[in-house]
Structures are given as structure tokens and as C-alpha cells.
Write a protein that binds this ligand. Structure first.
Ligand SMILES: Nc1ncnc2c1ncn2[C@@H]1O[C@H](COP(=O)(O)OP(=O)(O)OP(=O)(O)O)[C@@H](O)[C@H]1O
Ligand SMILES: [Mg+2]
Length: 368
């Protein structure tokens, strides 16, 4: 029996073999890398709830950048990020120069590229910006750009703010530099409210919400074909329904259905029925239940009151249904927004952000 490798990637942070529904975003960024300084897409923020594919997209673009003459460094917003960016830039420059086939870079070592700056100025005497400037100078000689990706942005981190402020100076100085950031909606909004980095408000913002069914279907077909299997049209439809546009769920459903179909070269409706049930269990166990059990009674009462509405709820209605004052309800709203479970939809309005959580709650409350 032929052995088939399962191509699905139901693990957070892993780039899937086919990115569903991100074609335009990817094109925008790649075009910006080719155009260089001045293209607005060189400063882009991806905003999305858990599991919408922020980290995967950053990694994908960081890899892509190499093909376009940019080295990339990827960090998360955490203490030490500035130093991390500096060290990773040195590393990336070394790797690029060692492996490139470009004749103008051949034979150069990083020492040659950056040695001068190191020798002439002991590291301790220079601040981060000056040290980065030295690296930029080295890279610029060869027309190499630097793409920095910052995942899990956090407005409460001082270093994040000082990084963004200095980044603005790099841009102003015409450096070949790009910045892609990603974060949960409430973190990004808090960052954009910060006065010190108000220029970030002019960056390009992409909301990563659910992926359209058609794009999910296409990515499923391609992923399945990439390891030599097929799936019936009906099987694909069934998968798409269960996935509901959620990238993480796409990987879970694909992974489980593939495994159920085992040695067969075709995934059938029967395989998918079983696969979906298993994937639903995985999603509950890995994402939805842990979230649910962390909620307080007040949080739950708030969410329960939201279930009466089709899509968007008014905080005022929720307070009334809970029988509490508006400002009391607002405390719960703030906590739930903080956790990425719900998000604001304009003044006084909210809706579920965490995909599949509403359905999960409906079934939980039906059980009780
Ligand atoms: N465009 C996509 N198409 C298909 N699968 C995807 C896509 N983007 C991400 N995935 C898959 O979805 C899952 C979640 O992706 P990722 O870890 O990037 O999400 P995230 O938004 O960074 O989540 P978190 O907020 O928890 O950090 C992974 O299994 C990944 O392989
Ligand atoms: Mg992530």
C-alpha cells in the first residue's frame, strides 16, 4: 500500500503548503519589496484573532523577501527585542552572503562587510540605532534591504514603542527597510493610540478575518494534490462547511480527514464525516475549552447575553439582559476584548472575534 505523507499543518505558527485567501496581501507586500523605499506597503500591520494565520503570513513573507533581495529578521514583541533584531540582522546577513549566487556578493564575508564598523567602534559605546545604522550601511553597499517582522505586538512594552519610533527615523533617512507587524485586534488598537508612534496609524492595515469558502476549497484541493491524493467534490464541500473560513480549522479538518482515508488515494465523504468530528474535538480541546474554562461567571453571563443577537450586539442591550448597569457590563466587555474572544464594531457595539466560539457556547449552554 502506498504511503502518503499528510501535508496539513495543524500547528500554530507553521506555514501551510498553500495559504488560503492571502493572495492579494502577499502580492501587495512582494510588489512593495520590489519597488523599495517609498512604497506604503513596506509598513504593514496584520490584525487578526487567534488562529487566523498572522504568524504563518509573517513567516511566509519573510521567506519570500529573500527571493527579492531582502534579508529578513523575525522577532516577537518582548523584552530584548531590540537586541534580538540587531543580532538576527547580523546572522541573516551572514547566511545570505554565504549562500547567495549573486556574483557581486560572492567571496565576501560578513567580516568584510561589517568588520570596519565593528573595529572602529566598540559595541558598548554605540547605541542600538548607531549599531543598526552600521549594518544598514553594509547592506546598502550591495543594495540589500532589511525586512523586520514583529509578531504579537504589544502596546504596553516600552521597547516596542521605542523600536517603532526609531524605525520611523530609518524610514525618514531613506533606508531600505520594511516593517511587517502582526497582533490581536485590541493590542494593535492600543498601539495605534500611542502618541509617540502616531505615524503607525498611516501604515497599511490588513484585517485577517475568515477566508472565503471558495478559497478554502481551492487550498484544500491543492494541498491534497500536493501529496498525490484527491478528494471527491462532495467531500471538499463537506470540509468547507465545517471549516467556516477558519485557517486553523482548515488544517485540523484536512489533517484528520487525510488520516482517516489512510492508504486510499481518494478522500471520500465518509472519511470527511469522521475527520470533521475528530477535528471538532481537537478544536474544542486545544482552543475553545481552555478559553471557556478561564472565563469567570460574569464573563459567561455577558457572552450568554450576546447569543440572542444575530451578529452584532449593543453593549447597552447586554447590560439590560444581564440586569446590570452599563459601566458594570463594560468591565466584562473590556476583559473579553482583551482575551480576543469578542471585538468592538464601532461605538457601543461588539461581536464574536474568536472563530467557532459562538457555536461552541451555544452547544455548551444547550448541554447545561
Ligand atoms: N492562509 C492560510 N491557509 C491555510 N492555513 C493557514 C493559513 N494561515 C495559517 N494557517 C494555519 O492555521 C494555523 C494557525 O496559524 P498561525 O499560527 O499563523 O495563527 P496566528 O494568527 O498567528 O494565531 P495566534 O494569534 O494564536 O498567534 C496553523 O496551523 C497554520 O498552518
Ligand atoms: Mg501567532
Amino acid at each position: 500500500m502506498a504511503a502518503f505523507n499528510n501535508p496539513f499543518t495543524p500547528t500554530f505558527g507553521i506555514v501551510p503548503p498553500y495559504m488560503a485567501g492571502r493572495t492579494y496581501v502577499i502580492e501587495d507586500i512582494v510588489r512593495a519589496l520590489d519597488r523599495g523605499p517609498g512604497d506604503p506597503n513596506l509598513a504593514t500591520i496584520f490584525i487578526g484573532a487567534r488562529g487566523t494565520g498572522k504568524t504563518a503570513l509573517l513567516s511566509y513573507l519573510a521567506d519570500e523577501a529573500l527571493e527579492h533581495g531582502w534579508i529578513s529578521v523575525s522577532v516577537v514583541a518582548a523584552p530584548g527585542m531590540l537586541e534580538d533584531i540587531y543580532e538576527r540582522t547580523k546572522e541573516a546577513a551572514a547566511a545570505y552572503i554565504d549562500t547567495t549566487d549573486s556574483p557581486k556578493l560572492k567571496g565576501l564575508t560578513v567580516g568584510q562587510l561589517f568588520g570596519l564598523e565593528w573595529e572602529s567602534a566598540p559595541r558598548e559605546q554605540l547605541n542600538w540605532r548607531s549599531r543598526m545604522n552600521a549594518l544598514f550601511k553594509g547592506l546598502d553597499q550591495y543594495g540589500i534591504g532589511l525586512l523586520i517582522t514583529v509578531d504579537e505586538v504589544s502596546a504596553s512594552l516600552d521597547e516596542m514603542i521605542s523600536f517603532a519610533a526609531t524605525y520611523q527615523l530609518f524610514v525618514r533617512e531613506g533606508k531600505r527597510v520594511g516593517l511587517l507587524m502582526a497582533g490581536l485586534p485590541h493590542q494593535v488598537s492600543a498601539l495605534l493610540r500611542n502618541q509617540t508612534v502616531s505615524f503607525l496609524r498611516r501604515s497599511v492595515q490588513h484585517r485577517l478575518s475568515g477566508v472565503a469558502d471558495q478559497e478554502v476549497a481551492q487550498a484544500l484541493v491543492q494541498t491534497i494534490a500536493s501529496e498525490g491524493k484527491t478528494a471527491t467534490g462532495e467531500a471538499i464541500d463537506l470540509m468547507v462547511d465545517a471549516i467556516g473560513g477558519f485557517p486553523f480549522m482548515m488544517q485540523l479538518v484536512g489533517y484528520r480527514s487525510w488520516d482517516v482515508s489512510f492508504g486510499s488515494c481518494e478522500i471520500t465523504v465518509k472519511d470527511v464525516q469522521r475527520g470533521v468530528a475528530l477535528a471538532q474535538g481537537d478544536l474544542d480541546q486545544r482552543v475553545l475549552e481552555p478559553t471557556f474554562y478561564e472565563l469567570s461567571d460574569g464573563d459567561l453571563a455577558f457572552l450568554r447575553a450576546m447569543l440572542e443577537d444575530q451578529d452584532v450586539s449593543l453593549v447597552a442591550d447586554i447590560a439590560q439582559r444581564m440586569g446590570v448597569a452599563s459601566n458594570y457590563a463594560s468591565q466584562y466587555r473590556a476583559r473579553l476584548v482583551e482575551q480576543g474572544i469578542i471585538g468592538t464594531r464601532g461605538r457601543g457595539k461588539i461581536a464574536f472575534d474568536m472563530l467557532h466560539f459562538k457555536e461552541f457556547l451555544l452547544s455548551k449552554f444547550a448541554e447545561a
